[in-house]
Structures are given as C-alpha cells and as structure tokens.
Design a protein around this ligand. Structure first.
Ligand SMILES: *Cc1c(COP(=O)(O)O)cnc(C)c1O
Length: 424
C-alpha cells in the first residue's frame, strides 16, 4: 500500500472534509524553504507550513540542539521540578518581549497559550476579591481567531469553524477592529461598561485566520490606552505575529501602549516543535502570590515546558538574534513592497492589496469572500503543479515565507502567483 492509501485508512486531518478534499501529499523531507515529496518534487513553502517555520525546514542547528537535549533530558514533570532550557528561554523572552512582564507560563500550543491568558485574566479579578465589581466579561474583535479549544473558540469570531458549538461557547463582547469612524464609539462603550469588563484579547495589527486582515497601529494604541485607563487586562495574541513576521520582532512594538499578557507559539520554536508561552505582567502575578492556596493558578499540561521544545525555542532564538536574520527579514519586506506595487499596476483582478512586513495579502476579486470559496483549492492545486505551496483563505491569497527564502526564490514565487491569478 502507498502512504496515501494507508493515510486514507487511518488518519483524520485538521480542517479537512473527508469528501472532495485533495489527497494529502506525503512529504518525506524538508530543506530550507522547501518541502520534498516521495517523487522528489520540491515545493516552495510560501506559508511557512501554517505560519510556524522561521529559519527553514529541518534546520541543522536546531536539530543538533534537540538531539543533544534528547540524550540529556527529554522530559520531566514541571511541578516541583525545573530545568535549564525552560529557565534560559524564560529569561531570554522576558528581555525581548514588548511590555513589562515578570513571569512566563508554558503550555503546548497557541490555543492553550490564549486559554491560559483568559483563565489568568478572569482569575486575576477573582483573586482580587473584586466580586462586587463583577469584572467577568471579555472583549474581542469580530473576525478574530485565537484557537480551537473552548475558551479560545469563545473569544474567536462566530464562523463556520465554530458553528456546531455556539450554544456551548461563553458570551463575549465582539467589536469591529478600530477605524477612524468607530474608535470613539468603542472608547465610549469601554468607558461605560468597564466595571464589567475583565480583559480585552486581540491579534495585534493582523487578523491571521480571519483572512490576513490588517488594521491601524495608532487606532489600536488608542483602544489600548482606554482599556488600561479602565483597568481592563490587555492580552496580545502574538501567536502568529511574533518573531519578525510583521517586520518588527513583535507586532505590539508598533504601538506605544503595551499589553499586560502576551501569547506566543508557532514561530517560538522556529516551527520545529509544539510549545506555547503566556507572559504575564507583575501586577497580575502579584494577585496569585498569596498565602491562600485557593488563589493558585490550577492549570497545567503533562508536557508543560518540555525540555526538547524549550531547547528548540532557545536554538531558534539564537538564529533569530544573528544580524543576518534581521537582514533576511528586511530583504523580504523590501521585495514584498515592490511586489505590492506590481500587483497594483498590473491590472490584475485583485483588490485590497496589503502588506505588513513579511506578510502580503490580497483578495481575488471574484465571488464572495468566505473560507469555503472553491477558488482556494484550485489555486493551491495549480501552485503545487508549479512547485509552490500556498493555501489561500477563501479568496484571500497571502504569502508568509520562512526567512531563509532566497531573493530569487521569493521573486519566482511572486511571479508564479501573478501567473496563477491570471489563469484562475
Ligand atoms: C494559530 C493561532 C492560534 C492557535 O494556535 P495553535 O497552535 O494552532 O493552537 C491562536 N492565535 C492565533 C493568532 C493564531 O494564528
């Protein structure tokens, strides 16, 4: 039996209908920005394998570090024990994260990092014994995505992803991302209802799964100022935007008002292993630092701070901090700029061409914008035939390449995408 036949018999794939989905491609190797299949076909991974890969696939430096760690300590219970990779990673992250954070809480992925943030924010008010103020509500943006567990789904946009669970999700106040027109209305709403609002969770500047929708940093900053004035805990979900994707290390750096909690995953380990981080401001930590055992944060996972994952993250940070990495990011940003102006002048059926850092997105000007739009599958298929891998969100085409992509490869990718749009 082929891998594809064996797969079909036993595997349930994420976000994939059983019927009428393309047969999954067995990938046998990854190398730099490329994925290589059984036949030796090479695909340029233009979306960093769902936004995780930073420095390239099967990076020898990260692989070596993981190997050494696996021979030393592969896993240890993280209650009552600690280890060097977790401590080093926390120290390094606290130094570079945008905001005043004093503690790092580890979990397994992006969804758990936001889940932890929400639970900490709610328990903060619980621990403060401010029950009289009834600060239990959470604000999130329309069109947001914060993950697939129940808490993360609750603060995510109600969409086809969540349809089967709506009555099981907790109530959230959804507002539109800020515009010049709605900002004041948002601010008034927050001021009027601040007694009931515990926290505000947001994807800074780019709503990823919601279709790479971008919004203004100054307007977000204004919202953050209002939230902070009203003692609403600001939770930046940088699971996607972290580690250089937006051109700065973290998207929150585009704002002068910084979050109280920040969530990381995806690029955290350079895209090699699953790991989530929730970094927390001292005033929140203080509310849990009590003689009263009931104020403990009773949350954890079997693999909390797995030494291999922490080691991968430290190795990825090593590579991220080398000046050549920032240079590679700057080069992608510059090349993207030129591509954007090309897209605008070439008279293609595209609209809403937008860029933030290494991310470029636009809509194909045809049909309705929705996830189930069939054009996505067609573009992916035709792209693979031409040796590139992109995975549009509905009719939103975007690229988010790993930083190791060469200028030639990026130029090639951008050219092929223009051809694909013309063909489709
Ligand atoms: C992907 C993503 C998540 C969820 O991360 P997983 O590791 O897939 O659970 C949460 N928030 C944002 C902004 C994301 O892009």
């Amino acid at each position: 039996m082929t891998l594809q036949e064996r797969d079909k018999a036993v595997i349930w794939h994420p976000f994939t209908p059983f019927k009428n989905s393309p047969v999954p491609i067995p990938v046998i190797k990854g190398e730099d920005a490329y994925l290589i299949d059984e036949q030796g076909n090479r695909y340029l991974d233009a979306i960093s394998s769902w936004w995780v890969t930073l420095h390239g696939h099967a990076h020898p430096y990260i692989a070596q570090k993981i190997y050494q760690q696996a021979l030393t300590l592969e896993q240890v219970i993280f209650a009552g024990f600690t280890h060097q990779p977790a401590i080093e990673l926390a120290e390094r992250l606290l130094k570079i994260l945008p905001g005043n954070f004093s503690k790092v809480f580890y979990s397994d992925n992006g969804s758990t990092s936001t889940e932890v943030a929400l639970k900490m924010a709610l328990q903060y008010w619980w621990n403060k014994d401010d029950k009289a103020t009834r600060k239990r509500k959470i604000i999130a943006f329309n069109n947001s995505y914060h993950g697939d567990t129940f808490g993360a789904m609750s603060v995510s946009d109600r969409s086809v992803f969540t349809l089967a669970f709506h009555e099981k999700l907790f109530e959230v106040i959804f507002i539109d991302t800020p515009t010049i027109n709605n900002l004041q209305q948002h601010q008034l709403f927050i001021q009027d209802n601040s007694n009931e609002i515990a926290a505000f969770i947001y994807e800074p500047l780019v709503q990823g799964a919601g279709g790479m929708k971008m919004y203004d940093a100054c307007l977000l900053n204004q919202l953050l100022i209002t939230c902070k004035q009203k003692h609403i805990i600001c939770i930046a979900d940088e699971v996607m935007t972290g580690f250089g994707r937006t051109g700065k290390r973290f998207a929150s750096e585009y704002c002068s008002t910084l979050p109280d909690i920040i969530c990381l995953s995806k690029g955290l380990t350079g895209g090699t292993m699953a790991l989530g981080v929730t970094a927390v401001a001292p005033f929140i930590v203080a509310a849990f630092d009590s003689e009263d055992k009931l104020k403990t944060f009773f949350h954890g996972h079997s693999f909390t701070a797995n030494p291999l994952a922490c080691t991968a993250a430290n190795a990825s940070l090593d590579l991220f901090e080398i000046p050549t990495c920032q240079k590679a990011i700057d080069t992608i940003v510059q090349q993207n700029k030129e591509w954007v102006s090309q897209l605008l002048t070439k008279n293609l059926p595209v609209k809403d061409v937008r860029q933030l850092g290494t991310i470029v997105a636009f809509e194909i000007d045809k049909g309705k914008t929705e996830y189930l739009n069939t054009i996505a599958a067609l573009i992916t298929k035709k792209g693979l035939e031409k040796g590139i891998y992109i995975r549009p969100l509905g009719n939103t085409v975007y690229i988010m390449p790993p930083y190791c992509i060469s200028s030639t490869a990026l130029q090639h990718l951008q050219q092929i995408i223009i051809e694909l749009i013309a063909e489709c």
